[in-house]
Design a protein around this ligand. Structure first.
Ligand code: ZN
Ligand code: ZN
Length: 326
């Protein structure tokens, strides 16, 4: 069986190639992920873990069983006896983990792994549901778990999903998303408040699939595609965006339309926002990509405002050099 890499919200692992991301939510602190393929489901849940008040893993397991039982009873419309086949301790990504096997039906097996990642301060639960033959199921789960990393080194974390790869700073939170046929976007936000100063950054990664069909008239002229199909929508979502200059650049082996701008806004609290947008057509994936980066500083009008240009440059450099669009 072939496996592919998956990076999402600080997790990095390998999953079967045919597995698809079907549900996801939350951010690096607490969230949910679900992958599915025929006869096999994997769910990941994570919540903040407080090392001063750690919740016993057995307690998390108990509440999991209660919820699972309710779900099955609702489906079956009768009381059921959810069998716990075995419980033992194991190790996942160098952490001690609580492991149990549930048998809701004779041909179905559920495996649950629960552990605390003290490195990234998360309590993590992985749940597998399998209708596959035992050996096949064991092989897949074994591969996934041995490849899994729940804490990543460095200032940047790697994302790999939706046939995309890129690195973002750890402090960027996935705040909005839409993952759909035709159009997908991920928005990351970073906010820092201090007395009299509020700084923030935003990164939007967006792509449009089947571009040569849907944008037949403009996909070859990306700047006119941007003006006609994208700019209005982007302005609505990012109220302080301004893009004053346009030039063509060669990035990621593609001809990229690069736009840049600065906007000053506000009366009492003045805000300076720096904006960059990169848009291109990738023929290999037949997608139009549009990446938007914004960095702002807001302060009362009587104080000087200065953007941290060096950090912005570093973030964009790491982001763009890690970006893989096909
Ligand atoms: Zn960990
Ligand atoms: Zn490409």
């Amino acid at each position: 069986m072939k496996f592919k890499e998956l990076g999402w919200n600080g997790f990095f692992l390998e999953i079967p190639e045919e597995m698809r991301l079907t549900t996801e939510g939350g951010n690096i602190n607490s969230g949910y992920l679900k992958f599915e393929m025929e006869n096999f489901i994997m769910e990941v849940r994570w919540d903040p873990f407080d090392p001063k008040k750690p919740k016993p893993l057995a307690e998390i397991a108990d509440s999991f069983i209660k919820t699972a039982k309710k779900t099955y009873e609702k489906k079956a419309k009768k009381k059921i006896d959810l069998k716990i086949e075995s419980v033992r301790s194991t190790s996942v990504s160098s952490h001690n983990a609580y492991f149990m096997v549930l048998k809701p039906e004779t041909n179905m097996e559920e495996q649950v792994y629960i552990w605390n990642c003290d490195r990234d301060k998360r309590a993590i639960l992985i749940h597998f549901i399998s209708l596959l033959p035992r050996e096949e199921s064991e092989n897949i789960i074994g591969h996934i778990l041995s490849s899994l990393k729940c804490h990543l080194e460095g200032e940047f974390i790697s994302w790999a999903a939706l046939n995309l790869r890129f690195n973002t700073p750890r402090s960027f939170m996935l705040s909005e998303r839409r993952i759909a046929v035709g159009k997908t976007y991920l928005t990351f936000d970073e906010q820092k408040f201090s007395t009299f100063t509020n700084r923030g950054r935003r990164l939007i990664i967006e792509y449009f699939s089947m571009a040569n069909v849907i944008f037949e008239d403009t996909y070859k002229d990306v700047d006119s595609w941007f003006q006609k199909n994208y700019w209005k929508d982007l302005k609505k979502r990012c109220k302080d965006i301004a893009l004053q200059t346009t030039e063509e650049r060669k990035i990621l082996r593609h001809n990229v339309v690069y736009k840049h701008g600065i906007k000053n806004s506000g009366l009492f609290t003045r805000r300076t926002t720096m904006c960059e947008n990169l848009t291109w057509y990738c023929s290999k994936s037949n997608r139009i990509y549009s990446l938007t980066y914004m960095s702002y500083i807001g302060r009362p009008f009587f104080l000087k405002r200065k953007l941290d240009e060096e950090t912005d440059k570093k973030i964009m450099q790491e982001f763009l050099s890690s970006f893989r669009c096909h």
